[in-house]
Write a protein that binds this ligand. Structure first.
Ligand code: PEP
Ligand code: MG
Length: 761
């Protein structure tokens, strides 16, 4: 790819600038076509948006064609080269467009001057969004490189353009009145620890089932001018742009416009523009803002598309911000800064947005400890408690809450002495592990080497592991860059992120777990059809194998980044040997393609599987003959073996890692690996649980991969453990068939092994 093309893809700041400089959505689209035309050296660049209900493409922005063709040129799906490109979801590239029998001549738009033609579809998964077209005069035909670059640009812009599409055609309007909510008096709640830490602050409620109460503003005596309204919009815009910048600074792998929907709404002539029109007609600014807000809220809420329904939160959030800025209230009242969020049904990208706003902590009223929102919270350093108490969503914003996310406790409006004792505890907490422990390879007290690797979710986790001796990355959850973004990262973007990771790890191995989406890892921008049982549905490797293009892009990016580095490719949720071989076949296909295309790449990565589905445990000995390594994903293995949803707080008591069926499965998997001479590691949460480490080591596991924050604790536990004693302990546990008996043995053994102090950690 030409360097200029690559620059076009990476230059997210350029996209940001386009946003900043645009005064409306139309002008934003216009700036995109200008930018693309400039980068690919085209005389014409146009964007057509597709309307699914009448199956029609409409020209929405162009440089090069006559400007009055915008909104005038319309094509049916499959009609002309543009319609054909979208129908078949493939680029159409022609030296001379007119010579293609499908070409459709549109008189009066000046197209006849530009013969070289390239159209690429803008799609997201199976959703058709539109088409981007570039044209040049005769003789200057488009090359393979241009197609690659334009496709990557289209995929980069897809989510933003999709947002634009629905904001531009808002649909039906319905009015509805707001409901009152009453805070309930709660004192102490015992929840579960999702992400360790402590926080004390006012709450901010985020409940998708209920809207904020804005009715107070309808009766206000305050009067504002149109000038103040405009100033409030400007301030809001600046705040959103600052937030966006903060995300990008903090998280390199999220270099995507997290707040794009907010920014788009601010620039939208039918949203803020309609507010302005009402004010011009004499409506009070506050009332004008709210009238349009209610319209939009209801349109979005009543949309058949889940994707659009989820944007209700964005509309509400942006409205709060505009009102606060108009009333010159504390700018953060609408936001999360310094507060503890009480949330229901939060998406990882939403948690990320809260983190950009410096949220202090979070309480989840649904979800489980091993849910991926908890895992992300750990990476982001946000203390999080999970409590099945929807009443918490009724707390008013002046309620102060203290969360002890080490133990999972919530104190509502705590007494002063409770707060003081926590502040003291926080100061004392910086428990110091010895330099020797942190800087040397891990061994048990009787000398057995145990490899301690890190689980990585975001590149920002790297800073936690640089100072601590470790044996590489045992699990990189590659889906995190996917789920925190607004669109599928292109191959180039993935190559960029993976490249940073491997170069940071140097000669240590990095295990790339391929995309594991579905279940509770939903891509906000890509909806698979609604599933009754998403954890048993189109999740993980099943998604990858049925979306080969997305899968291959990822494998290619990993292989390219892994050139001259030690990389391991690991497939999640493998349920049969056949499935593993299919995935491996694709790896070989990618290696062959990259070779042909002349890309430097790693042509002999190790390939292995996550052992997390019971079906594979029953054929594990045969699997060990095929895979280069096993990594046991206990989080899912427990969920699937015991039929207990890992994200459902209501059945959390049944999620028992030391269930005899789990312990015996772990033993069988480890034995199979040892017998075939392949590495077996544990990368689920059991690997960092003090209660279970002796058992794991006792059955012969020599590689533990844990969330980066747990590295010191795990190294410390290992150093205090005798392998011999661990073996005896493991054998004793394996001889029991009742959970209660196992419970007892674990308690008495662990207290003896570590002493009460370490065990209490
Ligand atoms: C697991 O299932 O144990 C695992 C490590 O993967 P994840 O938690 O991402 O599903
Ligand atoms: Mg898993």
């Amino acid at each position: 790819m030409h360097t200029d093309h690559v620059k076009m893809l990476y230059d997210i700041s350029e996209l940001n600038n386009l946003f900043t400089e645009s005064i409306s959505i139309e002008s934003f689209l216009q700036k995109i076509v200008q930018m693309v035309a400039g980068h690919v050296n085209a005389d014409v660049c146009s964007i057509y948006l597709y309307n699914e209900s009448d199956k029609e493409l409409v020209l929405k922005a162009t440089v090069g064609l006559k400007s009055d063709s915008v909104n005038r040129v319309k094509l049916k799906l499959g009609e002309g080269l543009v319609g054909l490109s979208l129908l078949n979801r493939i680029p159409v590239c022609e030296k001379c467009a007119e010579e293609n029998p499908n070409f459709k001549f549109y008189p009066g738009i000046n197209e006849e001057f530009f013969k070289s033609f390239l159209a690429v579809p803008i799609v997201r998964g199976n959703i058709r969004i539109g088409v981007m077209v570039v044209q040049r005069s005769e003789g200057k035909e488009f090359a393979e490189q241009d197609i690659l670059a334009l496709r990557a640009t289209a995929s980069q812009l897809a989510s933003m353009i999709e947002n634009i599409k629905y904001i531009m055609s808002p649909g039906q309007k319905v009015y509805e009145s707001e409901e009152e909510t009453n805070p309930e008096d709660l004192k102490f709640i015992k929840g579960r620890a999702g992400s360790a830490g402590y926080a004390y602050s006012n709450v901010v409620i985020s409940n998708k089932d209920e809207s904020s109460d804005f009715t107070q503003y309808l009766n206000t005596e305050e009067h504002y001018t149109i000038k103040q309204f405009d100033a409030a919009l400007k301030t809001t815009e600046i705040q959103m742009e600052n937030l966006q910048e903060k995300v990008e600074e903090k998280l390199e792998d999220a270099a995507s416009l997290i707040f794009s929907a907010h920014l788009l709404m601010l620039k939208d002539t039918s949203f803020t523009g309609s507010m302005r029109k009402l004010i011009e007609k004499g409506e009070e600014p506050l009332k004008a803002i709210l009238r349009i807000y209610y319209d939009y809220r209801d349109i979005f809420r009543n949309s058949p598309s889940l994707l659009i329904r989820e944007k209700v939160q964005d509309v509400e959030d942006i409205t709060k911000r505009i009102i606060n800025n108009l009333m010159q209230k504390d700018a953060d009242v609408a936001g999360y800064s310094g507060r503890i969020a009480v949330v229901r049904d939060i998406l990882p990208s939403e948690l990320l947005a809260m983190s950009a706003e410096n949220i202090k902590g979070a309480i989840l009223v649904s979800g489980g400890v091993t849910s991926h929102v908890s895992i992300l919270a750990r990476s982001l350093g946000i203390p999080l408690v999970i409590a099945d108490k929807p009443e918490l969503l009724k707390l008013s914003s002046d309620t102060k809450v203290l969360i002890d996310a080490d133990l999972g406790n919530i104190y509502v409006n705590p007494a002063e002495d409770i707060v003081e004792s926590f502040e003291r505890k926080k100061k004392d907490k910086g428990k110091i592990y010895s330099h020797e422990l942190l800087s040397s390879p891990s061994r048990t007290s009787d000398g057995k080497r145990i490899y301690v690797m890190a689980n990585l979710n975001l590149l920002s986790d790297l800073k936690n592991i640089r100072q601590i001796n470790n044996d590489g990355i045992g699990l990189y959850r590659t889906e995190f860059p996917f789920i925190i973004r607004n669109n599928f990262p292109s191959e180039e973007e993935q190559f960029f992120i993976y490249g940073k990771l491997v170069s940071d790890m140097g000669d240590k191995p990095v295990t790339f777990r391929t995309l594991d989406i579905g279940g509770d890892k939903i891509l906000s921008y890509y909806r698979i059809d609604k599933e009754e049982n998403p954890f048993l549905g189109m999740r993980s490797i099943r998604f990858s194998l049925s979306h080969r293009e997305i899968f291959k892009q990822q494998i290619r990016a990993i292989l390219r980044a892994g050139y001259e580095y030690r990389i391991k490719l690991m497939f999640p949720m493998i349920s049969s040997i056949d499935e593993f071989l299919l995935a491996k076949e694709l790896v070989h296909e990618c290696i062959a393609e990259l070779g042909k295309e002349g890309f430097e790449h790693n042509s002999s990565p190790e390939t292995g599987i996550m052992v997390e589905i019971p079906s594979i445990v029953n054929i594990i000995e045969a699997m060990a003959e095929e895979a280069d390594f096993f990594s046991i994903g206990t989080n899912d293995l427990i969920q699937y073996t015991l039929a207990v949803d890992r994200t459902n707080e209501k059945v959390a008591d049944l999620y028992i890692p030391h269930h005899p069926a789990i312990l015996k499965s772990l033993k069988r998997i480890t034995d199979a690996g040892i017998k075939s001479g392949i590495d077996v590691s544990i990368c689920g949460d059991m690997a960092s649980d003090v209660r279970y480490i002796p058992f794991l080591i006792g059955i012969g596991i020599s590689v533990l991969s844990v969330d980066s924050g747990y590295l010191p604790k795990v190294k410390s536990v290992i150093s205090k453990l005798s392998f011999k004693e661990a073996e005896t302990f493991a054998n004793e546990l394996l001889s029991k068939n009742r959970i209660s008996e196992i419970d007892e043995v674990i308690k008495s053994h662990n207290t003896r092994l570590y002493g009460s102090e370490l065990f209490a950690e």
